[in-house]
Design a protein around this ligand. Structure first.
Ligand code: HSE
Length: 315
């Protein structure tokens, strides 16, 4: 047998017929870390995939009525991408999705779909692609590295695009910090929220964000939550996006008044993320009440950090 033949045969030996992948929700940016920071949260989508002829997708939970169930489904596109990268033909799959991450709310639902599809496809093939390759593929597909890095690696991730590749590291987060997410009952496509951003910014604003993102990482390392009042401020994206989310000033003020150390847009919005040490119930209630007072429905809930990232299991 040729060397290529031997490699192909051993990959085929490792192929499995059915896989299950669990992928966390993610909150990107954390204020000043636009397109760099991501945080994996204890809220998960699940996908179960087995190879078949043709594509069939069933969806329970968010998106059950409106997400595509054919080739254009993002989980399917992720699986196909993994097969293409591994040089294997993709003939179809039967896919069950349990979606607990609300779509288009700034909680990384599309990153979860790309990462879920890529991990599932890779696991079906016997894992020929390493995590770096999966990260690079997911970033190219998603268009920015922050959500996919946190979804794949877990924890609080710092991601840096370097040419065609992404360097990402997951950092520990003080365990006593909790994360309250307010999810309004409205969607906001990331593409629209990105289109509002200017192509260039004044140097003073770039320096403002560099200082704060550095302080935020230092505060995490030293468990110094008092620094967050300054460290979560941002001039690169939130000021431009604020007009999409008229409830934001009221909710941020209510969160801080109730004891939050800071409150920022989660990813490109519309959800808001508050960081809390002791007061998560009080902050959740205050954020929800402020949203309702502004005339919008929605609710808040506290999450822990998911430190595991996407987990694949052979069924
Ligand atoms: N960094 C991205 C943005 C995250 O803010 O557009 C989108 O979830």
């Amino acid at each position: 047998m040729s060397r290529q033949g031997a490699v192909t045969a051993s990959l085929d030996d490792r192929r499995v017929s059915r896989v299950h992948v669990r992928i966390p929700a993610t909150s990107a940016n954390l204020g000043p870390g636009f397109d760099a920071l991501g945080l994996a949260l204890s809220l998960f989508n699940e996908v179960t995939v087995q190879e078949s002829r043709g594509v069939r997708v069933s969806i329970v939970g968010y998106g059950a009525d409106d997400l595509p169930t054919g080739d254009e489904n993002v989980v399917v596109r992720g699986i196909r991408l993994a097969y293409e990268a591994a040089g294997r033909p993709f003939n179809g799959a039967e896919i069950s999705c349990v979606n607990r991450i609300p779509s288009s709310r700034g909680l990384g639902s599309s990153a979860a779909a790309w990462v879920g599809g890529l991990c599932a496809g890779n696991a079906l093939l016997g894992a020929p692609l390493d995590r770096q390759t999966l990260l690079d593929l997911a970033t190219a597909a998603e268009g920015h590295p922050d959500n996919v890095s946190a979804a794949l690696l877990g924890g609080l991730t710092v991601a840096c695009v370097d040419g065609g590749s992404v360097r990402a590291l997951s950092l520990p987060v003080p365990r006593r910090w909790r994360w309250v997410v307010l999810v309004p009952d409205t969607t906001s496509p990331t593409t629209e929220a990105r289109a509002l951003l200017p192509a260039s910014v004044p140097r003073a604003d770039a320096v403002f964000n560099v200082q704060r993102v550095a302080l935020l990482l230092a505060a995490l390392q030293r468990d110094a939550p008092d620094a967050l009042g300054v460290a979560l401020d941002d001039r690169l994206h939130q000021p431009y996006r604020a007009r999409l989310f008229p409830w934001m000033p009221r909710v941020v003020a209510a969160a801080r008044h109730a004891g939050a150390l800071g409150c920022v847009l989660s990813g490109a919005g519309p959800s808001l993320l508050a960081i809390v040490v002791d007061e998560s119930d009080r902050v959740s209630a205050a954020m929800t009440a402020a949203l309702h007072e502004a005339g919008f429905p929605g609710s808040a809930r506290a999450f822990d950090v998911d430190v595991a990232g996407a987990q694949s299991r052979v069924d």
